[in-house]
Design a binder for this molecule. Structure first.
Ligand SMILES: Cc1cc2nc3c(=O)[nH]c(=O)nc-3n(C[C@H](O)[C@H](O)[C@H](O)COP(=O)(O)O)c2cc1C
Length: 313
């Protein structure tokens, strides 16, 4: 390791950050209130449970955070553990957007700290102590109240988000070792995201793993982000074994939170069906349109041609 004059070189800092990033965490939003009552909050994955008796937890706060002073002055804080469909809230609370709390649904904890609606667990804490630790300050909270539900939490690893519940249902459906194609039907304001491969005269859905190496949801999301497209996964849509049994496909239903290439979006009533060569994609898209009109979605399990649909409750 290169440490110069007690400080790490920039490239070593990057490597250390990457090494820390291999540790799979959940995502929390930590909140408090200013002395005048204005709510403040930020996204944190440094949450750790500390003690059962007395009940305690910790979160590490960057000294550079604008809200640091507010957290250090406040007698306590609230923590919401984000559920796997709350990826957009993680992005929002990591931003400097001033109206975070106006555009988010939340409720006060018993001590008066905002708890985000839809979270899979929350904790209401009294600030127990704080420890200065390098460029962060560790905030220890004594838990006064908490609750949780059966939702899966949002995962975070190597700088990308994971939906463990969805990955688990997909993985369980096909526990094989064959390569996986992971794709998505992504809708935005009545339009579907389609890739147009003019060379092959083919239109297809975004997917990772088409090159024969196993794809993943994380790979799909990071490929899309590289192209200026941010998505949030809504639900699993189809899991099927491909015709030659050499691979399996897992497709999700997703929506766009931000897109820099709107030209990739095709209005639902102008899908170029004659240019989609894959029968499986055609049938998935037509089921998608039919289920969209009924506003009731199911998950398809089976082969490319025959399978069953489990309705999503
Ligand atoms: C996935 C993720 C995890 C983060 N974890 C932490 C963390 O543990 N501690 C921290 O201080 N900031 C963390 N951040 C950064 C803060 O959320 C971000 O800097 C935020 O803007 C701070 O808010 P403030 O400057 O308005 O106080 C994280 C950001 C992301 C996207």
């Amino acid at each position: 390791m290169l440490i110069i004059g007690g400080q790490m070189e920039f490239s070593e800092l990057r490597r250390l950050r990457n090494a820390f990033g291999t540790f799979l965490t959940g995502i929390t939003v930590v909140t408090t209130r200013q002395a005048d009552g204005v709510p403040r909050g930020f996204t944190a994955n440094s949450f750790t449970s500390v003690s059962l008796d007395p009940p305690m937890l910790l979160v590490c706060m960057d000294r550079q955070a604008e809200s640091l002073g507010v957290f250090l002055e406040s007698p306590g804080f609230g923590i919401s553990i984000l559920a796997e469909n709350q990826f957009d809230l993680s992005v929002l609370f990591a931003s400097k957007q001033p109206d975070k709390f106006e555009i988010t649904e939340w409720t006060d904890s018993p001590s008066g700290y905002p708890i985000l609606d839809g979270a899979c667990a929350w904790f209401d804490c009294e600030r127990y102590s704080q420890v200065e630790a390098g460029d962060h300050i560790v905030l220890f909270g004594k838990i006064l109240n908490f609750d949780y539900n059966s939702k899966y939490g949002l995962g975070y690893v190597r700088g990308g988000y994971m939906m463990p519940g969805l990955e688990y249902s997909a993985g369980r459906a096909y526990g094989s070792n064959s390569p996986v194609v992971v794709g998505a039907i992504i809708e935005h304001e009545g339009k579907i995201l389609l890739y147009d491969d003019w060379e092959k005269a083919d239109v297809c859905l975004p997917a990772s793993g088409l090159d024969g190496n196993s794809g993943s949801l994380q790979q799909l999301q990071s490929d899309l982000i590289d192209q200026g497209i941010w998505i949030v996964i809504d639900s699993l849509f189809a899991v099927y074994e491909n015709e030659n049994h050499a691979s399996q496909s897992i497709y999700y239903r997703a929506s766009i939170t931000k897109i820099k290439r709107p030209e990739l979006l095709h209005p639902i009533d102008q899908i170029p069906w004659d240019r989609i060569s894959s029968p499986a994609l055609k049938s998935m898209l037509s089921r998608y349109l039919e289920e969209t009109s009924r506003k009731r979605f199911g998950i398809y399990f089976g082969g490319e041609r025959h399978g069953t649909i489990q309705s999503l409750t």
